[in-house]
Design a protein around this ligand. Structure first.
Ligand SMILES: Cc1cc2nc3c(=O)[nH]c(=O)nc-3n(C[C@H](O)[C@H](O)[C@H](O)COP(=O)(O)OP(=O)(O)OC[C@H]3O[C@@H](n4cnc5c(N)ncnc54)[C@H](O)[C@@H]3O)c2cc1C
Length: 441
């Protein structure tokens, strides 16, 4: 019988590739299996890869003109919309030009394929250049279990054995359910649907319209009329010569209020603020994908078992507390941590559940679980009705009064705010919301 791999990784998204890179550098023998034709073929993201872990994974990537990212983010904007107005909080800083970048926009078909190339390079330079593999266009159908322990996988008629299996299969975590670490049905509260278009735009027009310089980029999130009263929000991110424009919509609320994701996306694109930004751009790609909401109650029962680990969004590791969607950086870090546990297990010759629990400990000590715990109230607040109805309406109403100059006596800002609140909310509701927001953030 052939010697088993140290690890089989299911999924060649960011979690899987980050784990693979760590295993290759740590001198392990592994097999990564991706069902897409190539890594990135099946993936959808807004997407901004936040944080600085990419620099750890691919040192010096930002100096490589062919690196797989689109633009680094030095300009951020949060916009509240009602039907005809847009009220924004805007922040730009040259300090964000400094490396390592704290956020880069990515197109996953490009980025994941580039990262897979870097992993292959690491395999070629590892002690096992001929015994570790990236296999694409293969669907893993089953995790092989013996006496409650994962011992390999089945893909079609073929079986491959390993000392452990790392599930990095993304949010549709069927294998995580098969091994019993996730319930068969996921609560609709814990998932949202994301829809996105990539709109091609002439690079000079893009730079002029969004005040971009070199490879700098803008990210813009939207709340309010973006989603026609359905829970959720919108985004617009600048790529090299395109825009990523989309919505993340609460599935439960969409089901209750009716409508389809693409209707909502068309509605969003037709809003005057968005229409002016995307004018002249041509849709070249449309995609939709489920995405976790960041509710910590959505995490699987456990993130490890005998011979098995779960990383990335398969474990529902994601944060969306209004400031940013952080799914890719969580996938990257959790993939790296899971692989570090595999390397420890390999050294000790012990792939038991007790050894795998070190992954959970490392995750608990990391910024991922720290932030997911600290900002749960913000996650829930963001998904509450006032955040996507009353608050944007009040702010836009106030903005219309405050920024208007008429040839008549001007009221003080406080009385403008008072009038806006009276029209769209109650003081008491807003005070309660303000206190909650202050505590949550
Ligand atoms: C519209 C939208 C916008 C988003 N915006 C952002 C953003 O701006 N920033 C951010 O950080 N995150 C964002 N996210 C979330 C982010 O995309 C995910 O959290 C991230 O991709 C998770 O990475 P992953 O590696 O865990 O899973 P994935 O990227 O989903 O990768 C899983 C991989 O496993 C493969 N696979 C699955 N099952 C099998 C199988 N049985 N056999 C073989 N292969 C398999 C899939 O083909 C896939 O390639 C967004 C998501 C959506 C939908």
């Amino acid at each position: 019988m052939e010697e088993p791999f140290d690890c089989i990784i299911v999924g060649g998204g960011i979690a899987g590739l980050s784990a693979a890179m760590t295993l290759a550098r740590g001198g392990a023998r592994f097999l990564l299996i991706e069902r897409g034709e190539f890594c990135g073929a099946k993936n959808v993201s807004g997407g901004v890869l936040w944080g600085t872990d990419l620099q750890r994974l691919v040192p010096g990537y930002a100096d490589d003109p062919d690196a797989g990212f689109e633009r680094f983010v030095n300009h951020r904007r949060l916009t509240f919309l009602d039907d005809d107005s847009a009220f924004s909080v805007d922040f730009k800083s040259t300090r964000f030009d400094e490396k390592p970048y704290g956020g880069v926009t990515v197109l996953r078909a490009v980025f994941d394929a580039w990262l897979a190339g870097k992993v292959q390079q690491a395999i070629d330079e590892s002690p096992y250049p001929d015994e570790s593999f990236l296999a694409t266009d293969v669907l893993v159908e089953e995790v092989l279990m013996e006496d409650g322990r994962a011992v390999g996988i089945r893909a079609g008629d073929e079986e491959f054995r390993a000392n452990c299996v790392l599930l990095a299969e993304g949010v549709n975590n069927l294998l995580t359910r098969q091994v019993g670490l996730e319930n068969p049905f996921v609560d609709a509260d814990h998932v949202a649907v994301g829809v996105k278009e990539v709109l091609r735009m002439d690079v000079d027009r893009l730079a002029d319209r969004f005040q971009l310089c070199g490879r700098s980029g803008l990210t813009n999130e939207f709340v309010g009329a973006a989603t026609k009263g359905v829970e959720g929000g919108g985004f617009l991110y600048t790529n090299r010569d395109s825009l990523s424009v989309g919505l993340v919509i609460g599935m439960k609320d969409l089901r209750e209020k009716g409508g389809t994701p693409y209707d909502l996306l068309n509605h969003f694109k037709a809003h005057p603020a968005i229409r002016d930004m995307i004018q002249g751009a041509e849709t070249v790609e449309y995609s939709a994908h489920v995405v976790s909401t960041g509710d910590i109650r959505g995490l699987p029962k456990e993130l490890y078992g005998d011979g098995v680990l779960i990383a990335g969004e398969a474990a529902h590791l994601l944060m969306n507390a209004g400031k940013a969607i952080q799914g890719m950086d969580y996938a990257m870090r959790s993939g790296m941590l899971a692989a570090e546990t595999v390397l420890e297990a390999r050294k000790a010759g012990d792939f038991s559940s007790a050894m795998m629990s070190n992954y959970r400990k490392a995750l608990d000590a990391s910024y991922i679980m720290h932030d997911m715990r600290s900002f749960q109230d913000a996650v829930h607040l963001l998904h509450s009705e006032p955040m996507f109805s009353n608050v944007p309406n009040v702010l836009c109403d106030f903005g219309r009064q405050f920024f208007a100059v008429r040839s008549e006596p001007t009221p003080k800002a406080l009385s403008m705010m008072h009038a806006a609140v009276k029209r769209h909310a109650s003081y008491w509701d807003l005070v309660k919301l303000g206190i909650k927001a202050a505590r949550a953030l």
